[in-house]
Structures are given as structure tokens and as C-alpha cells.
Design a protein around this ligand. Structure first.
Ligand code: CDP
Ligand code: MG
Length: 683
């Protein structure tokens, strides 16, 4: 199987020349080549996997476990489920295909429904958090791995399913890793109990699959032929201090020099930076000379609503160049045709192991360097249909120093959610769960400690047991600290407000901040700003948004992202439904927002920080020095005590989304915990 091509000799490429320069002769731009539309059936037959169809089906029929490897775009995800269905394998039940990302689950279901010429939600459907597009007819079900885990809580043997395909296994997200264990146990138990057997297939885009094969009873590894054309790799001469600027320069250099039918895919880290660069590109491209082709800029990130996601698959208008700005989602889980150039910033946003405390206790999201494996996946996107180029915005030395592999998320994240979920699944001995890559025993113990501080678990002898509170917490698709906050909110008569706040924090930012209109943004936002912090400010914005019934014009004037607000409403209504099922009293604390803050203090006390005399903050949990992120409304105010939503590591460790609290509230929330912390500081 052709895989990662041997790295071609590095060419030097230096972004840095002013991108407004246009010294190319106009005649250099070639006309766009027109393609006759190809039917979806023909497209299916052209996929690299198609010639091995019969062989693949035979294997799928015989084997109960197998690992499939194939280059991204070979047709694994869209074809194998259809082959199963068409060959009548597993028809008694549902075939589940899990994805680490919701965008991928949704778009893949859409594609397969189109190929099968059925309405989405009938034969082919998808289930992602906060959205279920399936029916009793659904046989091919694309779902996030998190959703299958949730289902396993009610149905540990996964009896509804005859086949589970764990896709994108190389990503090694926490959910996928937990799911491996859950699915493996379900498969074994079903055989033991003489139930309909469960077939489990693993699919990966990278070669390092020994671990998967070992874990699943030494299952056979099947290699799928892929297509990979040569890719020219370029590095920068010097390290780049500003990868966004380097990306911008590179985009416009390629744009001026290459035929417009060749699309560009840029790998970046997150929504905010993608949206900002998209606006800059659109602005600049408006001011280019007429000889330069127009540019269609398309963002792609996980929280993009489905209709917007589809834009990445549509060809740009004739004569225009498509520039896709994407997170690592386009590395393997989504295949986009027409890409000739890849620009790799070399960065990714991911949860990070916290070296200071030795354990990641707080949620830390950090922009960090990719692994070599990721860099090769990114480069590979340029060679799907023809020879291509990849521009790495880092030097060859920097590349050499990258880690070979990405460390599985389970070994670098907060495991409290995982442990809670395992307990809810009825796993008897959580501390010894059969993980494919075991997290360190300390991090498992820390997770249990945190859950016990939150009142979700108790220890009896050597066992960890779920408390009634823990059982309720597991009902919410939220991090334990948020479900706890929600569950205690009736004591403070503010469940409606807390629902709103948690929903606002569960989606990407509902605010947008075009840098070019900074003053307008500040002026518009002023009326919502609360001196009590970001949560309260967000609450004000939400209330104003509801008052005008989500008016689009109002959103534009106030720099509110109406799309994300729509998502907030959906999330909120689903969380509210769960509250109703749990018989929670839904009260509103309209005028007294101190109650809301007190409730947040009681739920988020593990994410609290205290102001010190020198003006710095110290996180009470880890005693680590932290700062208020400049985007916070409390940036200037510097209150004595705050709770925060997350930590962001860039040049410093920043707290994001803060709420002003009283020290007393923190102590009354968890007296024993704070006594212990105090003792730790003194000793
Ligand atoms: O899973 P793998 O990376 O091997 O490939 P796939 O996701 O099954 O994609 C196979 C082909 O289907 C891609 O190359 C695309 O041409 C097409 N596809 C599409 O057009 N729209 C999608 N949403 C997904 C796939
Ligand atoms: Mg795939």
C-alpha cells in the first residue's frame, strides 16, 4: 500500500515578501479546466477501494474483528458500511460508524444517503450531541463516539447494533479510547451469553495499527490500496514568529502564481483565528488587480453548522480559487477534492498535559505543535488527485524536532468525565479498566478524587461507587463540574440562568470581533458588560438576544454570531429536557444575579483563582500562576476572587471566561477541599 511518501527533497520557500506585490504577467493565469459532472455511481466505482470490493466483503463476512488501513480518501468510511449493507451483513440490526467529530458524522451521513439515493434520516442517518437524525428505518448510522458511549449507558451490550465500525481510530480521542474498551467488553459478553454476535471493525489512516490489532484479539490487518501522488514539500528558511501572518503571505503568493483551478487548504488551530483570517483574505482579495483571479474563502471547523460545512465540498465559482481554512478536521476525517496546495502552520489546538503540576487537573487547551505523523497527513491532502505541494510554515530543523506521534488524548487529559462515564456504564473496577493505552494510575486517582470532591462518587473498601448525585451528573452530556453546577442550581433558584450560561459555554463564541472594527465592537458591547464577569455579560447578551427574538439585524449591529446563538438555543433546550426528566425545579433568578454567581462558585470551585499582592493570580487548585485573558471583561478590574471556565496556554497561562465570586462562597462550597489546599500551601 502506498503510504506516507518518502519525504521529497526539501525545497526552500520563504514567505515574507509583501503579498500585495504583483509582478507576474497576467498571461500566467491559466483558464479553469471544466469537468463534466460524474454521477455518484461512477464516483463510487472510481474510488481506490472499489477494485477490492469483493475481497473486502468476503473478509467482512468472515471476520469478527479486523483493522482496515487506507490512505485518506480511499473510500473506507463511505463505502465499507454500504458494502456491508449491500451484502446483507449485519442486517438484523444497525451498523454504527463512529467518528471523533460531529462535522464528519453529519457530512458523511449526507454523502452516503446521497450515494444510496435516500432521504437522510431514513436508511442512512446520524446522531451527534444535541442532534438525532435517525428513524426506525435507519440501518447505517453515523455517530460521534461520544454518542455511542452515551447509548452504552442504557444498553451496555449494544444489542441494537450488529456491527460497530470505529473509524478514525488513529486520532485516539478519549472517547474513541473508552469506546474501544466498551465495545470489546460488549463483544465478549455477547458471545458468552449466546446473543447475536457483534462485529467490530477498526479503521485508520495511519500505519501504526499493531496496537489496535493486538487489543482486538490479534485481529487481521487489511491494507487498502490508496492513491497518493508525489508531493513537493517546502520549508521556511527561518522560523516564523507569527504563523498567521506567514499563512496569509503564503496564500497570496500561491494565489498570484498558480492557476485558479488549484485549490488551497490551510491548516490552522481554531474557529476564531480561522474566521479572522477569512475576513482578512476576503478584504485583501477585493483589492487585488483585475488580472488576479477572485478568491472564495471557506472556513471549516467542528462547530460549523451543517449547511455551512457543505460549502467546502462545493466547487468555487468558475475562474475563482477556493481557499479552505480548516482545523485538523481536514487531516483525515473529511476529504475535499481539488486541493493542490496545502499550507501547514504546524500548529494545532489540543488538550495538554500540564507539566507544572505533573497532572492535568484543570482543563487546559493549548495551541501547540503537531506531530510528524500529523504533518505527513496534512501534506498528503495535496496529493489526492494529482501531484501537489505542501508549504510548511516552519523550518526543516523544526520539523525534525517534532514528536513522531501524537500522544493519545487519554494520557493527557482530565479523566473525571471518563471515570464518571465508566461508572455510569456499570464498569465494576474503573481503576483497572481495560484501556488500550493505560493512563497513569495517578491521573486515574486524581480523577476519582475530583469526582469525590464534587460528590459524584464515594469509596467503599477498595471500590469506587457512584452516588445518587453522580448518577444524575452522568445524565448530562457535560463535563462533571458543569453538570454539578446545573444540578445544584435549584438550591439557588437560578436553574434557567445556569442553563443559559452553560449552553453559552458549550458552543464556540457567540461574539465575533472583527479586528478592523474594534472601536465599533467596543461601543456595541459596552451596554452588555457586567462588572461581575464574562458569564454575566454573556447572560446579558443572551437576554437581549431573546428580547429581540434573535433578530438578524440586531445580531449584526451588536457583533453577535447568530449562527452560534442558534446552536445555544438548541443546546439549552436539550439540557432543559434532561433537567425536566430529572424532576428539577426550573426557577429563574431574574433580578438577583448574585445567586447565579454563588451557584457558579459552588460548581466551579476547583477552577478558582485568588489575586495576590503583586497583581498576579494563583489558581487555588494547583497553586500555579495564572493571568486574566485580555478578552475578559474583568481584565482591568482584577477582583480578589474569580472562578473561570478554562485555562489557555500561550505565552502565559490565561484564565478564560471569568466570574467574580466571594471567597466565602468558595469555602462554603467545599470546606474540606479548601482546608486541604491551605495545608498544602503551608507545608
Ligand atoms: O474514509 P476515507 O478517507 O478512506 O474516504 P471516504 O471518506 O469514504 O471518502 C471517499 C470519497 O468520497 C472522497 O474522496 C470524496 O470524493 C467523497 N466524499 C464526498 O464527496 N463527500 C463527503 N462528505 C465524503 C466523501
Ligand atoms: Mg474516513
Amino acid at each position: 500500500m502506498p503510504h506516507d511518501p518518502d519525504p521529497p527533497p526539501a525545497k526552500r520557500f520563504k514567505p515574507g515578501s509583501p503579498f500585495f506585490r504583483l509582478d507576474k504577467k497576467p498571461g500566467m493565469l491559466l483558464p479553469r479546466v471544466g469537468h463534466a459532472p460524474v454521477s455518484v455511481d461512477a464516483q463510487r466505482r472510481q474510488l481506490p477501494i472499489y477494485p477490492s470490493r469483493t475481497q473486502v466483503i468476503n473478509q467482512l463476512r468472515q471476520l469478527h474483528n479486523a483493522v482496515f488501513i487506507g490512505e485518506t480518501g480511499s473510500g473506507k468510511t463511505t463505502q465499507i458500511p454500504q458494502y456491508l449493507y449491500e451484502a446483507g451483513i449485519g442486517r438484523q440490526g444497525v451498523i454504527a460508524i463512529t467518528q471523533p467529530r460531529r462535522v464528519a458524522a453529519i457530512s458523511l451521513a449526507g454523502r452516503v444517503a446521497e450515494e444510496k439515493r435516500v432521504q437522510l434520516g431514513k436508511l442512512v442517518g446520524y446522531t451527534v450531541r444535541f442532534e438525532d437524525v435517525t428513524s426506525s428505518e435507519t440501518k447505517l448510522k453515523f455517530m460521534t463516539d461520544g454518542m455511542l458511549l452515551r447509548e452504552a449507558i442504557g444498553d451496555p451490550l449494544l444489542l441494537r447494533y450488529t456491527v460497530v465500525i470505529l473509524d478514525e481510530a488513529h486520532e485516539r480521542t478519549v472517547h474513541t479510547d473508552v469506546l474501544f474498551g466498551v465495545v470489546k467488553a460488549a463483544q465478549r459478553k455477547r458471545t458468552e451469553q449466546n446473543k447475536i454476535p457483534l462485529k467490530v471493525f477498526v479503521m485508520s489512516a495511519t500505519m501504526d495499527v499493531d496496537l489496535f490489532s493486538q487489543y482486538f484479539n490479534k485481529s487481521p490487518v487489511l491494507y487498502l490500496e490508496g492513491r497518493q501522488h508525489p508531493i513537493q514539500i517546502y520549508y521556511t528558511k527561518q522560523p516564523q514568529s507569527d504563523y498567521l501572518q506567514a499563512a496569509l503571505v503564503s496564500i497570496f503568493q500561491i494565489h498570484q502564481e498558480a492557476p485558479p483551478s488549484h485549490d488551497i487548504l490551510v491548516f490552522m488551530t481554531g474557529q476564531e483565528e480561522i474566521e479572522a483570517l477569512a475576513r482578512t483574505c476576503r478584504d485583501i482579495s477585493k483589492h487585488l488587480p483585475e488580472t488576479c483571479a477572485p478568491m472564495t474563502v471557506v472556513p471549516l471547523y467542528a462547530s460549523l453548522p451543517p449547511t455551512q460545512q457543505l460549502r467546502v465540498f462545493q466547487p468555487a465559482p468558475k475562474g475563482s480559487r477556493k481557499v479552505i481554512l480548516s482545523t485538523n478536521i481536514a487531516e483525515t476525517s473529511i476529504t475535499i477534492s481539488g486541493i493542490k496546495y496545502v499550507i501547514d502552520t504546524g500548529m494545532v489546538k489540543a488538550k495538554r498535559y500540564n507539566p507544572e503540576s505533573g497532572l492535568e487537573v484543570l482543563a487546559v487547551l493549548a495551541v501547540q505543535r503537531v506531530s510528524k505523523a500529523q504533518a505527513w497527513q496534512r501534506a498528503g491532502r495535496a496529493g489526492r488527485e494529482d501531484a501537489g505541494s505542501c508549504y510548511r510554515l516552519y523550518t526543516e530543523d523544526e520539523f525534525d524536532n517534532l514528536a513522531n506521534m501524537t500522544v493519545p488524548e487519554i494520557q493527557r487529559c482530565n479523566l473525571a468525565s471518563v471515570v464518571l462515564q465508566l461508572l455510569a456504564l456499570g464498569v465494576p473496577d474503573v481503576l483497572n479498566f481495560d484501556f488500550m493505552s493505560k493512563p497513569s494510575p495517578e491521573s486515574m486517582r486524581t480523577a476519582v478524587d475530583q469526582l469525590s470532591i464534587l460528590g459524584a462518587v464515594e469509596r467503599k473498601d477498595d471500590q469506587v461507587l457512584l452516588t445518587p448525585m453522580g448518577k444524575k451528573m452522568a445524565c448530562f452530556p457535560l463535563e462533571p463540574r458543569f453538570s454539578k453546577t446545573l444540578l445544584i442550581s435549584p438550591e439557588f433558584c437560578c436553574t434557567e440562568e445556569v442553563l443559559t450560561i452553560i449552553s453559552l459555554l458549550s458552543v464556540d463564541s457567540v461574539l465575533y470581533n472583527p479586528p478592523a472594527r474594534r472601536d465599533d465592537v467596543l461601543a456595541a458591547r459596552k451596554k452588555f458588560i457586567s462588572s461581575e464577569g464574562d458569564h454575566m455579560t454573556l447572560l446579558n447578551i443572551y437576554r437581549a438576544f431573546r428580547k429581540v427574538s434573535g433578530n438578524k439585524e440586531w445580531c449584526r449591529e451588536n457583533f453577535v454570531n447568530s449562527r452560534n446563538m442558534g446552536l445555544v438555543l438548541e443546546v439549552r433546550s436539550q439540557l432543559r429536557d434532561i433537567c425536566i426528566k430529572l424532576n428539577m425545579k426550573l426557577e429563574s433568578s431574574l433580578s438577583d444575579l448574585a445567586n447565579v454567581r454563588r451557584c457558579l462558585a459552588h460548581g466551579l470551585f476547583m477552577n478558582a483563582a485568588e489575586l495576590h499582592l503583586d497583581g498576579s493570580y494563583v489558581a487555588l487548585d494547583t497553586h500555579q500562576t495564572v493571568s486574566i485573558h485580555p478578552s475578559s471583561v474583568l481584565f482591568q478590574a482584577k477582583p480578589a476572587y474569580v472562578v473561570f471556565n478554562e485555562l489557555l496556554h500561550t505565552s502565559r497561562c490565561y484564565m478564560r471566561d471569568l466570574c467574580l465570586v466571594d471567597a466565602d462562597w468558595l469555602h462554603e462550597a467545599a470546606p474540606e477541599y479548601f482546608r486541604r489546599k491551605l495545608r498544602a500551601t503551608k507545608s
